[in-house]
Design a binder for this molecule. Structure first.
Ligand SMILES: [Zn+2]
Length: 296
């Protein structure tokens, strides 16, 4: 019996404990609900409660911005653009001289120039070149580089046809970059701009983006092979041809003609003026100190 009662007691205790556990659960739930009610209710509590502000739920993350569509009319921005100009222009002669620029920025004073923070690539189309023509071109490029501080890189030969209004961006031919400067030889039958006594022509294409300064990104220089070849065969002719190429390179980097016969940018070839004058060099120094425009 004792055993039986004990068993009955035990059964009662178990039932009570179950009840307690159930009550306990109810109690805990009540505390939570009440606590929540107290904490979220209006103020005026009789005791101090430090309520730590819960972090606001994170807003749903915005969808990632759409990938900017790659522009199709130009290469990726800032190719080969260094943080600083790659070279330093030579100090211009103290006396100054006459010079003029082909293009000016919006301020009406600053010339349009090549970006000095990136190299100027150039290619040669040797078709129709007179014997000895190519070394003269490289020597003249080196001279312009020396005066302006602009860095030129010879990319080799190209069979791109010479044209003054060629596209500035030709990814099929030159890859995803601005087309290099194209230098070549033609006759006036091929290029009407060389008609008459014109022995060369050169110019560069300027681009800008938004409010950026305009910069030249490529250009074309064409020399009149039938007129230049006989000059090369004359005594002292090489210096004259070098002067012609220098004059055209002056145009390429942004110099315009001047009405001063002591300067190489005078429109007529002069046997006695075979090197850059003081004004030419002053203008070239300014053209070597243009803006770096990495957004292009
Ligand atoms: Zn000219």
């Amino acid at each position: 019996m004792r055993e039986g009662r004990r068993s009955a007691d035990s059964a009662g205790v178990r039932a009570f404990r179950r009840l307690l556990r159930g009550a306990g659960v109810v109690l805990v739930l009540l505390v939570i609900v009440l606590g929540a009610g107290v904490l979220s209710g209006p103020g005026g509590l009789p005791w101090a409660v430090r309520v730590t502000a819960l972090p606001a739920p994170a807003p749903p993350s915005p969808p990632p911005p759409p990938e900017p569509e790659k522009p199709r009319d130009r290469p990726p921005a800032g190719l080969e653009v260094a943080e600083f100009p790659r070279g330093v222009p030579q100090p211009p002669p103290a006396g100054g001289g006459t010079y003029a620029f082909t293009g000016l920025q919006g301020d009406g004073v600053t010339p349009v120039a090549y970006d000095p923070c990136r190299p100027i690539h150039y290619v040669l189309n040797g078709l129709g070149a007179p014997p000895g023509g190519e070394p003269i071109v490289h020597a003249a490029v080196a001279r312009i580089s020396e005066i302006t501080g602009l860095v030129f890189v010879h990319d080799g030969a190209s069979d791109e046809p010479i044209a003054v209004d060629r596209p500035v961006y030709q990814p099929e031919r030159y890859g995803d970059r601005w087309a290099p400067v194209l230098i070549g030889w033609q006759s006036e039958q091929e290029e009407p701009a060389l008609a008459g006594d014109v022995v060369g022509q050169a110019g560069s294409a300027a681009v800008s983006l938004g409010r950026s300064p305009s910069i030249y990104v490529t250009g074309t220089l064409v020399l009149d092979a039938p007129q230049i070849a006989p000059v090369l065969e004359r005594r002292g002719g090489r210096a004259v041809v070098e002067a012609i190429v220098l004059h055209e390179l002056g145009h390429l980097v942004g110099l315009a003609h001047v009405d001063d016969a002591t300067e190489l940018m005078y429109p007529q070839v002069q046997q006695q003026v075979t090197d850059l004058g003081a004004g030419d060099r002053t203008g070239l120094a300014r053209l070597g100190a243009g803006a770096c425009v990495p957004q292009l």
